[in-house]
Structures are given as C-alpha cells and as structure tokens.
Design a protein around this ligand. Structure first.
Ligand code: BDR
Ligand code: CA
Length: 309
C-alpha cells in the first residue's frame, strides 16, 4: 500500500484520476487532495474537487493551494474544460469540508507525520509542489516519488513545444525536475495514447451513478477535444495514477529533462537529453508507451467498484 497526496486542478481528467485512485484503497491510501489554479481559477477547481469527493462520499482531507504560478499570471483552459473547469455534469450542493487554505503547509505536515515515505501526484501546474520542495527541503527524503502529468519530449499542446501544465508554470516545473526527487513524467508522449473511444464512452450509460458522472464528464470532454483535432479522448491525468497502480502497463526511459523558462517561443518546453552520452544524470523517467486496453480496463474496473456492480 502506498501513501499518496494528489495535487490537482479538476478538470475532467483530474476528476477521473481522483475517482480511480479512490477506487483502489488496497493499493493507494489517499492522504490528502490539494488544489492548484490551472484549468480554472483556484475557487472553481476547488469547488470541482469538493463536488467529486462529495459525490462518492469520500473521506479525504481537501486543502486549497496556490491561486496561480510562481512568476507569471495564471493561464486557464476554458476551451478544453468549460467555464466551470469541469463542465458537463450537474452537482447538488454539498458541505464537503476544507481542512486548510494552505495546501503547501498541509502537505508538509502530512508528509512529516507519516512513518514511511509518501508519493506525490501532480496533475496540474507544479506550483504547490515546487513551493513545498523549496520551503521545506527536509521533506525531500520523505518523498518516494513524484508522479506527474505534464510535458512531452516530442511536442506540446498549448504551443508547438509546450504542454499545458508545464506551460502554465515552467519555473515550478524546473524546481521539481531539478530537486533530486525521483520524477515519473506522464507527458503527452504517453497520455495521447491513453484515450477512450466514443464507443467506450457511450458504453458507460445506464450503469450506475459514478458511471453516469464519468459519462457526462467524458461526453463534454470528447466534444471539446474536437476543436483540437481529437476524435478519441485522452484521459491525460489518469496515467499518473495508473502508473502507481500498475507500472507494467507502461514503458519508458530515463532521461535528463530540463524545462525552458526563458520568455521565448519554446517557453514551457520539456527537453530530454537524448544524446548517447548526456551531459547530466538522468533525473526523470519519461513514460512513452502504454497498454491502452489495460488502461481502459482499470478505468472500467474502478467505476464498477465505485458503483458496487
Ligand atoms: C493537462 O492539461 C489539463 O488541461 C489537463 O487536466 C491535464 O492535466 C493536459 O495537457
Ligand atoms: Ca489537470
């Protein structure tokens, strides 16, 4: 069993990643969920996290993180995720509790209170995690791994070379990648292969409340994906959770990865040193391929568990 903290900006794919993590308590003990401004403002993504956690009657502490990046103003993604940041489903009002409005401090206290090491999962811009590592460097020895969705060593989605989460806060990503803590990167190289088809989405209908929630999330997400040229729907953030559930689903390679932080065309680009003799030690395991059938199976299995069918 692995203790994890999920830092996220829900976000359709963040929401699905949260659900799958919660459906596997024998493998993943979710110590906390923390939010970060990204797909939408911190108020909106926190409301979305509350809605998801309340929907499945979760009992996981929720803490509010940073409004925006370390240096630049926040760049949100309403084109992909809608005005709420998680358009599609309707949620009833709920009183899901917020345990702290200082996610960085809450993460620190939670990690230090554990006997063993904790795995961090970063599903949005890496601002909270970078602040944690910079403010409390003693925490590093208590972090087993940081499993992130972000980047890509072949191309981007926000720009030709930069993926959204890294593009929003490249300075934070640079701090995380150079921290010395083991980073596993589910970048676009693998996450765009981690898709569900429209037929698979349609098959979620009339199977239970959580299936319906994910159906409504994915219907919106599939529709919005069309403007970017997608027919199928990559559930990017779920890769960072599935790697923890079953790393054999993935193949990848360790590289030295750095991030472009200059104000230039390639700001936010993640560059892997792919030379035969790289100048610096490998700091990131870059996931590059996935067994898509196993991925979709783990999603469907998680939903069946949550709906008790
Ligand atoms: C990433 O950007 C966000 O829009 C998604 O939630 C995911 O974390 C994909 O580039
Ligand atoms: Ca996300």
């Amino acid at each position: 069993m692995r203790n994890i903290i999920i830092d996220c900006d829900p976000g359709h794919d963040d929401a699905i990643a949260l659900l799958v993590a919660l459906a596997n308590p024998e493998k993943l003990n979710v110590l906390a969920v923390t939010t970060i401004g990204g797909n939408q403002t911190i108020e909106k993504v926190t409301k979305n996290a509350k809605n998801i956690l309340a929907y499945v009657n979760a009992n996981v502490p929720l803490a509010i993180g940073q409004e925006g990046p370390l240096v630049k103003p926040l760049n949100t993604a309403p084109e992909a995720h809608g005005d709420t940041g998680m358009d599609g489903p309707y949620f009833k009002d709920n009183n899901y509790p917020i345990v702290s409005d200082n996610a960085v401090l809450y993460m620190y206290q939670t990690i230090m209170a554990q006997e063993g090491r904790v795995t961090l999962v970063g599903l949005g811009p890496l601002t909270n995690i970078a602040l944690l590592l910079k403010t409390f460097p003693e925490v590093k020895s208590k972090i087993e791994m940081i499993s992130i969705m972000g980047g890509g060593i072949r191309r981007g989605n926000m720009t030709a070379t930069a993926e959204f989460n890294i593009y929003v806060d490249p300075e934070a990503a640079k701090i995380v990648f150079s921290s010395g803590v083991q980073v596993v990167m589910s970048g676009l190289d693998v996450t765009e292969k981690a898709y569900v088809t429209l037929d698979e989405i349609e098959s979620l209908q009339n199977r239970g409340e959580v299936h319906t929630l994910v159906y409504e999330l994915l219907k919106f997400y599939n529709e919005s994906g069309k403007q970017f040229g997608f027919v199928d729907s990559p559930i990017h953030d779920l890769c960072a959770i599935c790697y923890l559930l079953d790393p054999t689903m993935f193949t990848g390679k360790r590289y030295h990865v750095d991030v472009v932080t200059d104000d230039c065309m390639t700001r936010g680009m993640t560059i892997a040193d792919r030379r035969l003799k790289p100048a610096q030690v490998e700091n990131v395991l870059v996931l590059e391929d996935i067994d898509r059938e196993a991925y979709v199976h783990s999603l469907f299995q998680a939903l069946a568990r949550l709906d008790n069918i």
